[in-house]
Ligand binder design. Structure first.
Ligand SMILES: [Zn+2]
Ligand SMILES: [Zn+2]
Length: 327
């Protein structure tokens, strides 16, 4: 099978012909139709996440069709279409797994990081972390739901019932979360890179009633802030824009260092927290809600062979919506 392979951090991916993997007992062999490119892939390729298997096939927003099942796999049938997300395996016995927090499993393994992912014609996934995809979505438009959508949804959930939400960084995750927030009847402000008029127009088209640079104060204080840009300086900026008792949630897996800030912008019961990975429950909830809420995704397709171009366009901020590799 054709695959795009990372051989060492900081190097471009290499087009490689690999032997097709075989599914283990509870695994599925999946013909990849589409795989979205997540900012986490960039962090892996650039070496900011330091623990990938090598060589590695990246990619954890996979949509594909089951071509073969392991002997004890019984959740799906051959021919079914499934989505495969970042969380790829959990141990089931650690204190986190035992308390409904599988996203924090001590021995968790991740797709496109410790498990070969979707930048390939075929991939193998544990059926417990595969999800049915509503038929209303095409392969390409469904792909960004698998991480930008799922992690974005969990990030929004951590904001509680905040009626006015500010989003910092308007990329793939934000463009989905904005639609969920509006569907839930929340008001939305969007903060982009200063001067990024295109991103601000995009945010307004998805229901943001105010947009501005991340260096600007909002016209009224936020009930909660969601940060999707990997920029630590946004944490104090978001705190300063958030009301008493409000929450600032960081949805990313990697961020530059957070600069020190005066305690008074945290005081009055403001909360700063992060979101890590996803649970199966998040995925089931979000993938049911997305078609009901009419969530759409904006995508830019690249053939699999152009994975490096997709990564550099994401790195350079040249994308509106999500890049998707098509096999
Ligand atoms: Zn565990
Ligand atoms: Zn991701």
């Amino acid at each position: 099978m054709r695959a795009q392979v990372l051989t060492a951090a900081g190097r471009p991916l290499v087009a490689t012909e690999l032997p097709a993997a075989r599914p283990g007992p509870q695994q599925l062999l999946i013909a990849v139709r589409a795989c979205a490119v997540c900012r986490t892939d960039l962090h892996v390729v650039d070496g900011e996440l330091s623990d990938p298997k090598l060589p590695l096939v990246p990619g954890h927003e996979i949509i594909g069709t089951i071509v073969e099942k392991g002997e004890s796999a019984d959740r799906f049938r051959v021919g079914d279409r499934v989505g495969v997300p970042w969380l790829g395996w959990t141990c089931g016995v650690c204190e986190y797994c035992q308390s409904g927090r599988k996203n924090l499993c001590d021995r968790a393994r991740f797709t496109g990081y410790q498990i070969d992912g979707g930048y390939a014609e075929l991939t193998v996934a544990d059926e417990r972390y595969c999800f049915a995809i509503d038929e209303r979505y095409g392969d390409v438009e469904a792909a960004p739901l698998m991480c930008a959508g799922l992690i974005g949804y969990r990030t929004l959930r951590m904001a509680g019932d905040a009626p006015l939400v500010g989003i910092y960084g308007f990329g793939a995750a934000a463009h989905i979360v904005a639609q969920v927030a509006r569907y839930q009847g929340r008001r939305l402000f969007a903060f982009t890179r200063p001067g990024d008029v295109a991103a601000q127009d995009f945010a307004r088209s998805l229901g943001a009633e105010w947009t501005g640079g991340s260096d600007q104060p909002p016209p009224e204080p936020l009930d909660a802030a969601l940060i999707f840009a990997p920029v630590g300086a946004l944490v104090p900026a978001a705190l300063a824009a958030t009301k008493k008792g409000g929450t600032v949630v960081s949805g990313g897996i990697h961020m530059s260092d957070i600069p020190s800030f005066p305690y008074r912008i945290l005081w009055e019961e403001r909360v700063v927290r992060s979101v890590a990975n996803l649970t199966r429950c998040d995925a089931e909830e979000f993938l049911a809600l997305a078609p009901e809420a009419g969530i759409t995704t904006e995508t830019v397709s690249y053939p699999l062979a152009r994975a490096n171009d997709a990564l550099s366009d994401l790195r350079n901020g040249a994308l509106q919506g999500a890049a998707v590799l098509v096999t």
